[in-house]
Design a binder for this molecule. Structure first.
Ligand SMILES: Cc1ncc(COP(=O)(O)O)c(C=O)c1O
Length: 363
């Protein structure tokens, strides 16, 4: 049985009539830049997340970049983050000449370890940038306590956590600003690139609105040098439709993960934990195991997808060779042992069982 990592085709088929007719409607209206669907999506996303402002933009990398700029991060500032993430997290820090300072992760959650943050703080530290990796919120109370103690900002990378909650509050509303990605394979994904910044701070929101549109708050008046980073109207059409289903999608992902955990209980694999105080939205279902590469080959040979997120932590990437090389033993061990398996809302019990049978039979 061929089992893909995600089934975007199946999801499109289930929404096809609404998506096709709404796209045709947007085409006939021809308001392609910051049109009515972008404006409505910004309102609807803010309402869904419980954020005062949601400002869509061109992609998740830009969302991080705009968030850092609007939060006032300056060249030379240090931003504490994780090395076990997609490169965009730290790329955005470098875009403004700030310095990513990598600290280790927790072996259970794979998120930044708050106990390691204090030792990384210097007089240049301005912010902490946790990533809610694979759909699970980081330890925000502990991170907030450190931020309060040292007067630091919290900038959340929510690229993988749309709809995830921490003690009832959605990610993207826990720090001073949040950054989301709508890359097609994300929990809320569009059909191209898309991103969004969230904040409860009115001034920060108006800076992001300006920055995404050439530094302009009024047509042909440019207060600052900004960017062309607007969400496309057609992507907004798709996101508005999918947003109506996001709770259902996230609930189904959680069910898939729970079933995987049950079927793999007691095996040689370390399954993801699901803490009771946060709603995990399982952007990825990731196991830890020994002899990972051998397992990967065995599973792929059975036409079952699996993938390594992330094989090379950021502090070991050539792009960061000029950044201080910290010792990150948990990050380095997890990068050798992690393997992610198919998870998507449409996944059937038969598909989950097939993956687990292959895993349990693998030598
Ligand atoms: C953790 C993380 N941060 C940032 C990004 C960047 O998002 P985008 O690909 O939309 O630029 C991604 C996704 O690709 C991501 O997974």
């Amino acid at each position: 049985m061929n089992i893909p990592m995600v089934d975007l085709k199946g999801q499109y088929e289930s929404l096809k009539d609404e998506i096709d007719s709404s796209i045709l409607q947007a085409l006939s209206e021809t308001r392609f830049i910051l049109g009515p669907n972008v404006q409505s999506f910004d309102k609807e996303a803010a309402e869904y997340l419980g954020a005062k402002h949601a400002i869509s933009c061109a992609n998740g990398t830009d969302a991080l970049h705009l968030a850092l700029l609007a939060a006032g991060i300056q060249p030379g500032d240090e931003v504490i983050t994780t090395a076990f993430t997609f490169i965009a997290t730290a790329e955005a820090i470098r875009y403004i000449g700030a310095i990513p300072v990598f600290v280790d992760i927790q072996p259970q959650s794979l998120n930044i370890d708050p106990d390691r943050i204090r030792a990384a703080i210097t007089d240049k530290t301005r912010a902490i940038l946790p990533v809610h990796l694979f759909g699970q919120a980081a330890d925000m109370n502990e991170i907030q306590a450190i931020a309060d103690e040292f007067g630091l900002l919290i900038i959340e990378d929510c690229a993988q956590s749309f709809g995830a909650r921490y003690q009832g509050k959605t990610t993207g509303t826990l720090g001073c600003v949040g950054a989301f990605s709508f890359f097609p394979s994300k929990n809320l994904g569009c059909y191209g690139d898309g991103g969004m910044v969230t904040t409860n701070d009115d001034e920060l929101a108006s800076r992001v609105r300006m920055l995404r549109n050439h530094g302009s708050s009024k047509q042909y008046h440019h207060d600052v040098i900004g960017f062309n980073s607007r969400l496309d109207e057609l992507q907004a059409v798709i996101l508005r439709i999918k947003l109506k289903h996001i709770d259902d999608y996230n609930r189904k992902r959680l069910e898939v993960a729970r079933t995987y955990n049950q079927l793999l209980a007691g095996s040689r694999f370390t399954t993801p934990n699901i803490p009771p105080d946060r709603d995990h939205v399982f952007h990825q279902y990731t196991l830890l195991c020994d002899e990972r590469d051998k397992l990967r080959e065995t599973i792929l040979a059975q036409d079952i997808a699996c993938a390594v997120y992330y094989p090379i932590p950021l502090h070991q990437q050539q792009a960061f060779h000029d950044t201080e090389q910290p010792q990150l033993p948990v990050t380095e061990s997890v990068a050798q042992r992690c393997l992610s398996f198919p998870i998507f809302p449409e996944m059937t019990s038969a598909q989950i069982e097939t993956v687990c049978e292959a895993l349990l039979a693998a030598k």
